[in-house]
Design a protein around this ligand. Structure first.
Ligand SMILES: O=C(O)C(=O)c1ccccc1
Length: 561
């Protein structure tokens, strides 16, 4: 008997079929990516059909702001954050921040709308010509699925890759007509990504640490990133090693009041090598170590210093110019190493000197350090901040001119307590603080320069709209003073285009809905800081304190003509 023909169900789908949109929403919910950072446009519209109540869309008024906020959120939650960008233009706006996320190993899943598959042959308005190529090389993977049905599978694969060490951003281009199409089934998966070094290599390093005379540990951003601070501290204490933070690190990773802590390595070969001269064995942990900002003529290490390097990135292990690299995730490897080494009785290194308390600018000898009038020095702001910051407060920094003074005067004690760009694309700090504050709704302090703030100043609007608990302390020295200082280093007395001057940041902030105040007199600074920090609880939303500082960078005869 012939089987009965099935009734023609036409274009309607079988009951179990899910659309690409439904599958993606489900995946995002399962992986904790229910906060979406983005800036929407026509090529993403179908993604927002029946937008679920348990999802939050955090709007950034420019795409680099959306990426910076997502990065702060990812760093705060320890999970990948989802970014939605609008087609080629949005990706273009975002790329400086994507560069930071890549270099700083921040797990982001970046979705970008692409024009409809039905239009791309015609070079449509907004269409990306080669969407997959555009974000390279600053993403771990970049794909546009060949079939609409595979969008959820490609997204899931990208997410697994973003969260595998070394973590980082991944990019998926989604044509706008894909969202309503049926999705291929995606199996839920688990990926255990931690991997530990070869035991023989670790034992050999432990033996070397036992037999050396003066060891040092260099703590890189990987230590904080992989939550290995406790293991690093145990290793430092057992070996009585000096502990340094790697040059330009975007994280802290070691309690800075610890007697073994020595400070922050400089980003220049000659000074870096000089700092390491005192040690016969240096162990760099999650640190590229040789992050230079400018060229100086010097070998990377002193001749008698032997380098060991532990990092999860085989690429970094390959390009390091010297030393023995061990490819491993840090937490288990440093834990094993701390157990393998002998408890040392060698003389510990001398403690790091404490800087003299700052005075108000022009105070001369008789000044009161809390300021009795006169202009405000950056050092005074930093000393007052150090007195006022609770130990567990997260500090986001983007004040290139004052970074050295900050590290000398403000001590970070807790894991995850310090965030900055380890890569150099400015405009990161302002939005990063918003995302970090939204991750657990605990107040974040963001120390930002006038130049840095302006790359992503729209983040203040999002901070106000979502009542993100961020206190911005904006140090205004009137321009790109760090660039000027770098110019002076190579005898360029006046760098054009470095003078900003005369921007009323308190009005800019209040214009975006963020309450603000201005201070320029050192006598008024302590109370202004109290109000900005202590007067704002975790539920109070953002506040910006605009502090005019005098650091001598822009005296009247050095202004641009
Ligand atoms: O060197 C620079 O030009 C620069 O942009 C920068 C970025 C971060 C810190 C210091 C300088």
């Amino acid at each position: 008997m012939k089987p009965k023909p099935k009734p023609d169900t036409g274009p309607t789908r079988a009951a179990e079929t899910v659309t690409v949109l439904e599958a993606v929403i489900r995946f995002c919910r399962d992986t904790g990516m229910t906060t979406v950072f983005g800036n929407p446009g026509s090529t993403e519209l179908r993604m927002f059909r029946d937008w679920p109540d348990d999802f939050t869309y955090v709007l950034g008024l420019q795409e680099s702001v959306a990426v910076g906020m997502a990065a702060g959120h990812a760093l705060g939650t320890g999970r990948a954050a989802l970014v939605s960008l609008h087609s080629a233009g949005g990706v273009g706006h975002a790329l400086g921040a994507v560069f930071n996320a890549y270099r700083d190993r921040v797990p982001l899943v970046v979705l970008a709308g692409q024009q409809s598959r039905t239009l791309t042959q015609l070079r449509p308005f907004l269409g990306a010509d080669d969407p997959v190529q555009f974000p390279r090389p600053y993403v771990k993977s970049s794909r546009q699925p060949d079939r609409a049905a595979d969008v959820p599978a490609v997204l899931a694969e990208a997410h697994r890759l973003a969260m595998s060490h070394p973590r980082g951003p991944v990019f998926v281009s989604v044509p706008e007509d894909d969202w309503d199409q049926p999705a291929a089934h995606v199996e839920p998966r688990t990926l255990h990504g931690a991997f530990t070094a070869d035991t023989g290599a670790l034992s050999a390093l432990a033996t070397r640490l036992d037999t050396c005379e003066r060891p040092a540990l260099v703590v890189g951003p990987g230590v904080d990133d992989e939550q290995a601070t406790a293991e690093v501290r145990a290793l430092a204490e057992r070996t009585r090693a000096a502990v340094w933070i790697s040059p330009m690190s975007g994280r802290s990773g070691f309690p800075e009041s610890h007697p073994l802590f020595q400070g922050f390595l400089p980003p220049a070969a000659d000074r870096l090598a000089a700092c390491l001269e005192a040690y016969d064995v240096v162990v760099a942990l999650g640190a590229p170590l040789f992050t230079y900002h400018f060229h100086t003529e010097s070998p990377p290490l002193p001749a008698r210093t032997e380098l060991f390097h532990l990092d999860c990135d085989p690429g970094q292990a390959a390009w390091l110019p010297t030393g023995t690299s061990i490819v491993t995730t840090l937490k288990p490897a440093v834990g094993q190493l701390a157990a393998l080494v002998r408890e040392s009785d060698r003389k510990p290194p001398p403690s790091r000197p404490t800087p003299l308390p700052a005075r108000a600018s022009g105070d001369g000898d008789g000044g009161d350090r809390n300021g009795d009038g006169g202009p405000i020095t950056p050092e005074l702001v930093l000393d007052l901040l150090q007195e006022r910051l609770p130990r567990d407060r997260v500090l986001v920094e983007e004040t290139p001119s004052h970074r050295e003074a900050l590290h000398a005067r403000v001590r970070i004690e807790s894991a995850g307590g310090f965030l900055t760009t380890g890569s150099g694309a400015l405009g990161w700090g302002l939005p990063l603080a918003v995302g970090r504050a939204l991750a657990d709704r605990r107040r974040v302090v963001c120390l930002v320069g006038d130049g840095s703030a302006l790359y992503s100043v729209q983040a203040l609007w999002t901070a106000a709209r979502h009542r993100a608990p961020v206190t911005y302390v904006l140090l205004d020295n009137g321009g790109y003073a760090a660039v000027r200082a770098l110019g002076r280093r190579i005898d360029i007395a006046s760098v054009p285009g470095t003078d900003i001057g005369d921007i009323d940041f308190a009005r800019v902030a209040t214009g975006f809905g963020c309450p603000a105040a201005y201070v320029e007199e050192s006598a008024a600074l302590p109370a202004a800081l109290d109000r900005a920090l202590a007067g704002h609880g975790d539920d109070d939303g953002p506040f910006l304190l605009h502090v005019r500082v005098d650091d001598g960078a822009f005296d009247s005869d050095s202004r641009d003509r």
